[in-house]
Write a protein that binds this ligand. Sequence first.
Ligand code: NAD
Length: 549
Amino acid sequence: MANNKVNILLVEDNPMQTRLIQKLLAKSENPSFDVTSVETLGAALEQLERQASDLILLDLMLPDSQSLETFFRVKAQAPDIPIIVQSALDDVNLAARAVDKGAHDYLVKDRITSTSLIRSIRYSIERMRARSGEWASSMFHLAQQQFLKAAYIMDLDDNIRQRLLFPERAQIVALPFRRDQREQVETVFGYRVQHVLNMGPTKGGIRYHQGVDLGEVSALAMWMTWKCALMCLPFGGAKGGVRVDPTALSRAELQRLTRRYTSAFIGMIGPEIDIPAPDMGTDEQIMAWILDTYSQQVGYSVPAVVTGKPVVLGGSLGRKEATGRGLVYLVEEAARHLGIPLKNATAVVQGFGNVGASAARFLSECGVKIIAVGDVSTNLYNRRGLDVDSLTDYVDEHRVLKGYPEAETLETPEMLELECDILVPAALQTQITSENAGRIKCKILAEGANGPTTLEADEILSERGIFVLPDVLGNAGGVTVSYFEWVQGIQNFMWPLEEINRRLRDILTDAFARTLQRAQQNSVDMRTAAMIEGLHRVTQAKLMRGLFP
Ligand code: NAD
């Protein structure tokens, strides 16, 4: 599935049925569908050999093959592609037998609607995905490799190393929620992972994205552990997620899904247990619904159950923009260390959501010229500098950057490789890889996103002398102000914004200085140094607590 486009192979000899399916699928924008249609089994097998598909819609009665034989031949050719069988009303038994033999779903031709068709496609892709390893994620592999590298360099005790390689607790739930057409119930998967349980309660955001799986959430939980320890916060790492595209849901659907998620994990979260916060695809409104659902269940209002909630519900001043603000405090430290004046320096920012937009705003307040920004819809470029306030107004109105007038557009690889002083990845993981690291031309790579750089790319950047503010340090401003919010919630006390920003700067500056010192002393890159710094604290805590029983 590339860019949320699902490639369907439609095997159907009735042209009227083919046209109907094409018409029904064309109505959907998110996901959108590319349909290749063929009329015979022979043509289907040839097409499968030529080009990969995400799903096969299969009529069992074809001119050159009939009944279950059709299914078996297609299945043998494409064992890893989900198959939905289409059957006539009087052939439902045959379709049911195909499902028995491994088809993912069946549809009765006379009853197909756009809703039932798209739901069946989603459900079949989910079923296929559930068969592949939930842990088999490139992000989890990256998090584990980074950890093992740091563990090796610091000569970490083997017992501790093995205990930290996987999360201590993880739960997966199937979440049914009602779509706006009330008769339709959709089921998606939800996750909560707690990596280390002995540093205090666990803490970590909730991500809504179509790519979420157990491995991704576990990687994010692991990074949270190092981040909290590096900042000396009294938390272990956690993370949550739902495998869903939030942009395809209405506000009412998002609310129903969020409340169901909260209720499914009600025993696993709480101010003394595990405190969620926003991450990609979630925001302060989602936190408000979690707070409300949790409070309804326990019978009184519990603001400290989440952070990143609206200020009117006990959210902290400065939390919303804390990750971007913190990143810019760190860029100031890095620029001072490298002797780069920020006035008139240039920056490129990938991602214009919570982190990217506030990083762009605070960078431009420091006098930095933002020459390019990008989001899921487009990338914008203006050598003379983009106006961040006007971009923000545009996104407030249109949700995405696409269509913004005062800029050229360019492709993502070109944008990431622009010559600039500061490059801020603040969207997705694995953006800087061994493939493009040799062409990245920034002086400071300031990681707002989690996991934007692969292990191989790290080595290339290090050889090329690019200064990296690694994610566990770079985006730690968010969890730091989340910690302030949690403390304020427990004490029922509000701190002024100046105090929050002062404390934030103090904590980040201290972590930057410790990381830099360790990098210089141990001759390692900033990421490994940051991880070793965090790992030392976690190791000490584990050894002091001992092992039960
Ligand atoms: P967000 O949902 O507010 O914004 C995400 C941005 O990324 C949007 O502009 C979106 O259009 C863009 N995007 C999505 N898919 C893209 C694609 N394929 N190509 C280019 N851009 C794409 O999310 P956020 O909270 O800003 O989180 C961004 C990153 O920062 C994530 O990696 C998250 O884990 C990390 N992070 C967030 C926080 C926080 O406080 N929100 C804290 C620490 C780390």
